[in-house]
Design a protein around this ligand. Sequence first.
Ligand code: GLY
Length: 339
Amino acid sequence: MKVIASHNALNAAAKARELLLAGARPLDACVAGVTLVEDDPLEHSVGYGGIPNEDGIVELDAGVMDGKTRRGAGVAALRNVRHPSQVARLLLAQTHRVLLAGEGALQFARANGFVEENLLTDTARRIWLHWKRIRSNIDDWREPPAEDVEADVAAWFASYRSPHAPREGHISRSEMPTIGTVHVAALDDRGDLACCTSTSGHAFKIAGRVGDSPILGAGLFADNEAGTCGSLGHGEANLENLSSFAAVELMREGRSPEESGLAILRRIAARAHPEQKDAQGRPRFNLWLYLLAPDGRHAGVTLWGPKQFALADKQGVRLETCVALFPGPPPTQPENPDC
Ligand code: GLY
């Protein structure tokens, strides 16, 4: 039995472990763990309290995949429902469909009795308003004096950076903030694998933008015969490279989780678009991959270190260090914005 999860999901890993020890199916254990993170208003990259899109509306993406049946499902750009992972789980259980988006996803959630609520917390609203004030020097908004910026807003802007270079006429001081996400994967003692990824996506994204998290093969993939992979970071890079599927296919060929993850990160780094690269040709965005093999071997890998991931097994729950393609500390922004 083993659980691997993103750095922000230590409690999720513990929950999944507890449920696996009690005999739960891996997919149910993963979703129960992710639910805790979706409920946390202080986790601004997932669920309730997530950073909104550019219009100030929180839109969530989530995906689930069961390695035993190789069936998965996702919901995308879902508004007003804080547990997109549970909605995706029900989509898999109740329908023949794999992906619902926007209004259709909300209707499906509504039909299943999910409570609708405003997901924009006061802190996330003030972060969004601050972004509107600092993002450009050619619009109607005045940038606030530094002493007027509240501590929680300043702390958020200090810790999240964009994979995009500042555009002409736009401020470069703070760069555009971006994303987190949560991923949990589990292996039970029957040898069954599953995983779940959930996110509010890129901060201040265009309304309707869908990232990698609900897309099978991009933000997650699971196959009992080969392993699981899930990801955090710049989702467009995963969408363009189908990273999770590609990594699982390398494990199927016999490569270790670490070799597989690093091979995919090398490919992504090499294929990064010119405007995404620093002066040394390295991607200015970050990506994490979490891999779990059917025999219980695991790896957390990252483009830029140092980073951690959560691990749970029969011994307990702990944080481990990701293997980094470019060991940190990363250059100061904007050379290597994090995401
Ligand atoms: N990886 C999460 C996203 O890009 O939305």
